[in-house]
Design a binder for this molecule. Structure first.
Ligand code: 6PG
Length: 243
């Protein structure tokens, strides 16, 4: 059974802090229970402040980074030094500053081959069951999440763990984890901030279910928790405002 919480924080920095605190707690529990913590990072602007916070003096030592496997939820098909690379953003904000094991998607390779290689890497990490302790996600103002875009095939994938797809909307190949992996996670954290997300957040959380048009709706961990950490701007159009 999946449990869904919507938590409204006053500002975008408060969203970053709440997410960082949950990651610290989840890492401690996972490392105590199983000796390691696995997390999939998202791209986008909202997580950047959270990554910088995790790398700061106040937070860095609160996680035993040598026991952390850092993966990616999606990647743009560009080289790792490209300004559009999700890996580059995460490296600059966080991964250059902590000794985690990093598993990046190879955006510079042929997309289908890069997707297959990343699936093999995840299978080595997890074996048969791709259970991340935390998957971080964002939501675009068109309802996409990771690189599951409206009307495309990745959101309907039921077998493969990682796929490549050309996204005409952004004129770019993307690599993405599929719902097979996202919905097997122990915890999924959506970080959403800004008034420009308010209409879409209302549609995704309170509108009719149509995951092909609104891929963020496909995320519902089968045996895990789902939390939406949103700022007041993004929450402005929610009818059922959480307390
Ligand atoms: C990407 C993403 C993407 C992102 C959303 C939200 O590579 O673009 O991983 O799914 O999370 O577009 O991005 P913002 O947080 O910047 O609004």
């Amino acid at each position: 059974m999946s449990v869904r919480d919507v938590i409204v924080l006053p500002t975008k920095p408060a969203v970053a802090r709440a997410a960082a605190d949950r990651i610290v707690d989840a890492a401690a529990s996972a490392i105590t229970a199983r000796g390691r913590f696995t997390i999939a990072l998202s791209g986008g602007s909202t997580p950047r402040a959270m990554f910088q916070l995790l790398a700061s003096d106040a937070y860095r030592t609160r996680i035993e980074w040598a026991r952390v496997d850092v993966c990616f939820g999606d990647e743009r098909c560009v080289p790792p030094h490209d300004p559009a690379s999700n890996y580059r953003m995460a490296r600059e904000a966080l991964l250059d500053h902590v000794p985690a094991r990093v598993h990046r998607m190879r955006g510079e390779d042929e997309p289908a081959a890069a997707a297959a290689a990343y699936e093999r890497e995840l299978r080595e990490l997890f074996g048969e069951a791709p259970r991340f302790d935390i998957v971080l996600l964002g939501m675009g103002d068109n309802g996409h999440t990771a690189s599951l875009f409206p009307g495309l095939r990745a959101v309907e994938e039921r077998e493969r763990w990682v796929v490549a797809e050309y996204v005409a909307e952004v004129s770019m190949w993307r690599l993405t984890l599929t719902p097979v992996v996202l919905n097997a996670a122990a915890e999924v954290l959506f970080l959403v901030a800004g008034a420009d997300k308010a209409d879409m957040l209302h549609r995704v959380l309170e509108g009719a279910r149509d995951p092909v048009a609104l891929p963020a709706q496909v995320v519902a961990p089968r045996d895990g928790r789902l939390a939406w950490l949103v700022d007041a701007g993004a929450a402005a159009k929610l009818v059922r405002r959480p307390a």
